[in-house]
Design a protein around this ligand. Structure first.
Ligand SMILES: [Ca+2]
Length: 214
Protein backbone atom coordinates (compact mmCIF):
# COMPACT_ATOMS: atom_id res chain seq x y z
CA UNK A 1 0.00 0.00 0.00
CA UNK A 2 2.80 2.39 0.91
CA UNK A 3 4.61 1.74 -2.38
CA UNK A 4 1.54 2.21 -4.56
CA UNK A 5 0.53 5.42 -2.79
CA UNK A 6 4.03 6.83 -3.12
CA UNK A 7 4.11 5.95 -6.77
CA UNK A 8 0.77 7.59 -7.41
CA UNK A 9 1.84 10.72 -5.54
CA UNK A 10 5.09 10.89 -7.51
CA UNK A 11 3.35 10.48 -10.86
CA UNK A 12 0.79 13.16 -10.00
CA UNK A 13 3.44 15.60 -8.80
CA UNK A 14 5.59 15.10 -11.89
CA UNK A 15 2.55 15.60 -14.12
CA UNK A 16 1.60 18.74 -12.21
CA UNK A 17 5.05 20.25 -12.49
CA UNK A 18 6.01 19.19 -15.99
CA UNK A 19 2.61 18.85 -17.58
CA UNK A 20 1.45 21.00 -20.49
CA UNK A 21 0.94 24.62 -19.67
CA UNK A 22 -2.02 26.63 -20.90
CA UNK A 23 -1.66 27.53 -24.58
CA UNK A 24 -4.19 30.37 -24.58
CA UNK A 25 -3.09 32.56 -27.43
CA UNK A 26 -3.05 36.30 -27.66
CA UNK A 27 -5.33 37.88 -30.18
CA UNK A 28 -5.36 41.36 -31.70
CA UNK A 29 -7.56 43.75 -29.74
CA UNK A 30 -9.92 45.84 -31.85
CA UNK A 31 -8.87 49.48 -31.46
CA UNK A 32 -11.64 51.81 -30.30
CA UNK A 33 -14.33 49.23 -31.10
CA UNK A 34 -17.21 51.17 -29.51
CA UNK A 35 -16.66 54.38 -31.53
CA UNK A 36 -17.94 56.48 -28.64
CA UNK A 37 -16.47 59.79 -29.78
CA UNK A 38 -14.61 59.08 -33.03
CA UNK A 39 -13.22 56.45 -35.40
CA UNK A 40 -9.61 56.73 -34.24
CA UNK A 41 -7.77 53.53 -35.13
CA UNK A 42 -9.85 52.91 -38.25
CA UNK A 43 -8.96 53.87 -41.78
CA UNK A 44 -10.18 53.54 -45.34
CA UNK A 45 -13.92 54.22 -45.49
CA UNK A 46 -14.40 55.11 -41.81
CA UNK A 47 -16.75 57.92 -40.84
CA UNK A 48 -17.88 58.63 -37.29
CA UNK A 49 -21.65 58.74 -36.87
CA UNK A 50 -22.84 60.52 -33.71
CA UNK A 51 -26.54 59.87 -34.37
CA UNK A 52 -26.50 56.08 -34.64
CA UNK A 53 -24.95 53.49 -32.34
CA UNK A 54 -25.57 50.95 -29.63
CA UNK A 55 -25.07 53.14 -27.66
CA UNK A 56 -24.59 56.22 -29.81
CA UNK A 57 -21.34 56.54 -31.70
CA UNK A 58 -20.65 54.15 -34.58
CA UNK A 59 -18.58 53.72 -37.71
CA UNK A 60 -20.59 54.51 -40.85
CA UNK A 61 -19.25 52.57 -43.82
CA UNK A 62 -20.78 54.10 -46.89
CA UNK A 63 -22.34 55.16 -49.04
CA UNK A 64 -20.78 52.60 -51.35
CA UNK A 65 -21.97 53.17 -54.91
CA UNK A 66 -21.83 50.29 -57.36
CA UNK A 67 -21.70 50.59 -61.13
CA UNK A 68 -22.23 47.57 -63.32
CA UNK A 69 -21.29 44.98 -60.75
CA UNK A 70 -21.37 44.45 -56.98
CA UNK A 71 -18.94 46.76 -55.26
CA UNK A 72 -17.56 46.51 -51.72
CA UNK A 73 -15.64 48.94 -49.57
CA UNK A 74 -14.54 48.42 -46.02
CA UNK A 75 -13.50 50.25 -42.92
CA UNK A 76 -10.23 48.77 -41.71
CA UNK A 77 -8.61 48.73 -38.30
CA UNK A 78 -5.01 49.81 -38.02
CA UNK A 79 -2.43 47.06 -38.61
CA UNK A 80 -2.21 44.69 -35.62
CA UNK A 81 0.34 41.95 -34.84
CA UNK A 82 -0.80 38.30 -34.70
CA UNK A 83 0.72 34.95 -33.87
CA UNK A 84 0.05 32.09 -36.29
CA UNK A 85 -1.80 29.18 -34.73
CA UNK A 86 -3.67 31.20 -32.14
CA UNK A 87 -7.44 30.93 -32.07
CA UNK A 88 -9.37 34.17 -32.10
CA UNK A 89 -12.94 35.27 -32.58
CA UNK A 90 -14.25 38.52 -34.03
CA UNK A 91 -17.63 40.01 -33.21
CA UNK A 92 -19.44 43.26 -33.95
CA UNK A 93 -22.91 44.71 -34.42
CA UNK A 94 -24.13 45.94 -37.79
CA UNK A 95 -27.03 48.27 -38.57
CA UNK A 96 -28.62 48.62 -41.98
CA UNK A 97 -30.62 51.87 -41.94
CA UNK A 98 -34.24 51.58 -43.05
CA UNK A 99 -34.63 52.45 -46.70
CA UNK A 100 -31.30 50.96 -47.82
CA UNK A 101 -31.44 48.58 -50.81
CA UNK A 102 -32.25 45.07 -49.60
CA UNK A 103 -29.81 43.68 -52.16
CA UNK A 104 -26.82 44.96 -50.18
CA UNK A 105 -24.67 43.10 -47.70
CA UNK A 106 -22.39 43.75 -44.73
CA UNK A 107 -19.41 41.54 -43.85
CA UNK A 108 -17.15 41.17 -40.84
CA UNK A 109 -13.77 39.42 -41.13
CA UNK A 110 -10.03 39.40 -40.42
CA UNK A 111 -7.60 40.23 -43.23
CA UNK A 112 -4.26 38.44 -42.72
CA UNK A 113 -0.87 39.59 -44.02
CA UNK A 114 2.40 37.69 -44.31
CA UNK A 115 4.59 40.61 -43.23
CA UNK A 116 4.59 42.60 -40.00
CA UNK A 117 3.27 45.79 -41.62
CA UNK A 118 0.07 44.64 -43.38
CA UNK A 119 1.60 45.09 -46.85
CA UNK A 120 1.49 41.59 -48.35
CA UNK A 121 -2.05 40.19 -48.26
CA UNK A 122 -2.23 36.53 -47.26
CA UNK A 123 -5.88 35.57 -46.78
CA UNK A 124 -9.27 36.54 -45.44
CA UNK A 125 -10.89 34.72 -42.55
CA UNK A 126 -14.32 33.19 -42.51
CA UNK A 127 -16.71 36.11 -42.38
CA UNK A 128 -20.04 36.86 -40.75
CA UNK A 129 -22.60 38.66 -42.87
CA UNK A 130 -25.65 40.83 -42.32
CA UNK A 131 -28.17 40.81 -45.20
CA UNK A 132 -29.55 44.08 -46.54
CA UNK A 133 -33.03 42.83 -45.71
CA UNK A 134 -32.39 43.06 -41.97
CA UNK A 135 -32.98 46.78 -41.47
CA UNK A 136 -33.55 49.12 -38.56
CA UNK A 137 -32.01 46.90 -35.88
CA UNK A 138 -28.54 46.22 -34.49
CA UNK A 139 -27.57 42.74 -35.65
CA UNK A 140 -24.91 40.83 -33.68
CA UNK A 141 -22.33 39.10 -35.85
CA UNK A 142 -19.49 36.75 -34.95
CA UNK A 143 -16.97 34.87 -37.04
CA UNK A 144 -16.75 32.01 -34.57
CA UNK A 145 -13.32 30.54 -33.86
CA UNK A 146 -10.70 31.59 -36.39
CA UNK A 147 -7.25 29.98 -36.40
CA UNK A 148 -4.56 32.48 -37.38
CA UNK A 149 -3.14 30.90 -40.57
CA UNK A 150 0.49 29.78 -40.95
CA UNK A 151 2.72 32.60 -42.13
CA UNK A 152 0.47 35.38 -40.86
CA UNK A 153 2.30 38.16 -39.00
CA UNK A 154 -0.23 40.96 -38.99
CA UNK A 155 -3.95 41.52 -39.39
CA UNK A 156 -6.56 44.14 -40.08
CA UNK A 157 -10.19 43.92 -39.02
CA UNK A 158 -12.56 44.57 -41.91
CA UNK A 159 -16.06 46.06 -41.64
CA UNK A 160 -17.36 45.68 -45.16
CA UNK A 161 -20.29 47.27 -46.98
CA UNK A 162 -21.29 45.75 -50.32
CA UNK A 163 -23.67 47.36 -52.80
CA UNK A 164 -25.35 45.39 -55.57
CA UNK A 165 -24.95 46.62 -59.15
CA UNK A 166 -26.55 49.98 -59.73
CA UNK A 167 -27.24 50.66 -56.04
CA UNK A 168 -25.76 52.66 -53.18
CA UNK A 169 -25.40 51.11 -49.73
CA UNK A 170 -24.53 52.28 -46.21
CA UNK A 171 -24.07 50.15 -43.09
CA UNK A 172 -23.19 51.31 -39.57
CA UNK A 173 -20.90 49.25 -37.33
CA UNK A 174 -20.45 49.23 -33.57
CA UNK A 175 -19.01 47.21 -30.68
CA UNK A 176 -16.18 45.49 -32.53
CA UNK A 177 -14.43 42.97 -30.28
CA UNK A 178 -11.55 40.67 -31.14
CA UNK A 179 -10.59 38.17 -28.46
CA UNK A 180 -8.98 34.82 -27.78
CA UNK A 181 -11.16 31.74 -27.92
CA UNK A 182 -11.72 30.37 -24.43
CA UNK A 183 -9.90 27.07 -24.20
CA UNK A 184 -10.17 24.39 -21.55
CA UNK A 185 -7.86 25.57 -18.78
CA UNK A 186 -5.05 23.12 -18.09
CA UNK A 187 -4.64 22.77 -14.32
CA UNK A 188 -1.26 23.83 -13.01
CA UNK A 189 -0.07 24.18 -9.46
CA UNK A 190 1.84 27.04 -7.89
CA UNK A 191 4.51 26.35 -5.28
CA UNK A 192 2.22 26.99 -2.30
CA UNK A 193 -0.50 24.85 -3.84
CA UNK A 194 2.08 22.10 -4.33
CA UNK A 195 2.95 22.20 -0.62
CA UNK A 196 -0.72 21.88 0.35
CA UNK A 197 -1.17 19.14 -2.24
CA UNK A 198 1.83 17.25 -0.83
CA UNK A 199 0.53 17.58 2.72
CA UNK A 200 -2.85 16.18 1.69
CA UNK A 201 -1.17 13.25 -0.05
CA UNK A 202 0.98 12.55 3.02
CA UNK A 203 -2.08 12.61 5.27
CA UNK A 204 -3.91 10.27 2.91
CA UNK A 205 -0.93 7.95 3.01
CA UNK A 206 -0.83 7.90 6.81
CA UNK A 207 -4.55 7.22 7.02
CA UNK A 208 -4.25 4.44 4.45
CA UNK A 209 -1.37 2.82 6.36
CA UNK A 210 -3.32 3.02 9.60
CA UNK A 211 -6.33 1.36 8.05
CA UNK A 212 -4.13 -1.43 6.64
CA UNK A 213 -2.35 -2.02 9.97
CA UNK A 214 -5.48 -1.58 12.06
CA1 LIG B 1 -21.01 52.89 -29.85
Amino acid sequence: MRTSLSTVALVILVAAVYGPTSARGQCPAAPNGSFTTDVTGWVNLATWDGTLGNPVGSDRVGPVSAGGSETCFNSQSSCLPVTAGNQCTLSAQAYVPIGQPTSGLGGLSYLFYSDAGCSTFLSQSTGANVPGTQQGTWVPLTTGAVTIPPGAQSVKISLNTCAAAGTSMTINWDNVVSAGVQQEPVPTLGSSALLVFGAILALAGILALRSVRG
